[in-house]
Design a protein around this ligand. Structure first.
Ligand SMILES: Cc1cc2nc3c(=O)[nH]c(=O)nc-3n(C[C@H](O)[C@H](O)[C@H](O)COP(=O)(O)O)c2cc1C
Length: 209
């Protein structure tokens, strides 16, 4: 599949959370997803366990069901922050989230990265090792997707209803944790810019905190 003309640094600095610029009319080819997943597979896992799974959701009914859960949780999230009930209140991120709330079921494909073994109630170090056995791979997928003209966004709204989501796509909830729901579509245009970030000195600690 053709790559955009982007340097590695450009891919790393312009892989944005794409919500408003997802092309809802253009299907994403299976080969494209598989190519990105083969790259994602090169990410590390604790103990070389490779205990990851990726559920690729294209079925319209499943996308509608997951979209309903995503929307319910997203509305609750925005409501709790005083920006529920329509519009963006002038905040571009809220407007962008609201746009995706209204169109989530129309996104042609969702990727649900999962990891084997639930860590509910386990010590933090065990949780960290388990989550970090899937998150680098999922982010690699998003970088590979960006390099090919696809837009993605890391989202977790649906996890408020993880068990219901598991039932929709047949994930064995008791043995497998979902980590995100990544909407995937061709992006409308490919010109993304680095996002606003704080200066290094505000969060980097050399030798001591
Ligand atoms: C752990 C995590 C959970 C997130 N959950 C959601 C979500 O449920 N819905 C959503 O629209 N964006 C979600 N985001 C995306 C962030 O809001 C996004 O990264 C942020 O807006 C920065 O955007 P940028 O990449 O364009 O700078 C999540 C990101 C992370 C890392």
């Amino acid at each position: 599949m053709p790559l955009l003309e982007l340097t590695p640094d450009e891919v790393l600095s312009t892989t944005r959370a794409v919500r408003r610029r997802l092309d809802l009319t253009r299907p994403v080819e299976r080969e494209m997803v598989e190519e990105c997943l083969r790259l994602a597979q090169q990410a590390p896992t604790a103990g070389f366990a490779q205990n990851w799974h990726f559920v690729v959701v294209t079925d319209a009914d499943a996308r509608a069901g997951l979209g309903e859960l995503w929307r319910r949780s997203g509305e609750r999230y925005l409501g709790a922050r005083g920006v529920g009930g329509g519009g963006g209140g002038g905040n571009p991120i809220v407007a962008s989230v609201r746009h995706l709330l209204e169109h989530i079921h129309e996104v042609p494909l969702h990727l649900i990265p999962c990891v084997e073994g639930r860590t509910d109630g386990k010590p933090a170090w065990q949780q960290a090792s388990r989550w970090a056995s899937i998150i680098p791979a999922a982010w690699s997928f998003m970088l590979a997707a960006r390099a090919r003209g696809l837009g993605t966004a890391w989202t977790t709204f649906h996890l408020a209803f993880e068990r219901e989501a598991a039932e929709i796509v047949g994930i064995p909830y008791d043995e497998v944790m979902q980590v995100a729901l990544i909407p995937v579509a061709y992006s409308i245009g490919t010109d993304f810019k680095p996002g606003p970030r704080r200066p290094l000195k505000t969060f980097v600690h050399w030798d001591r905190w």
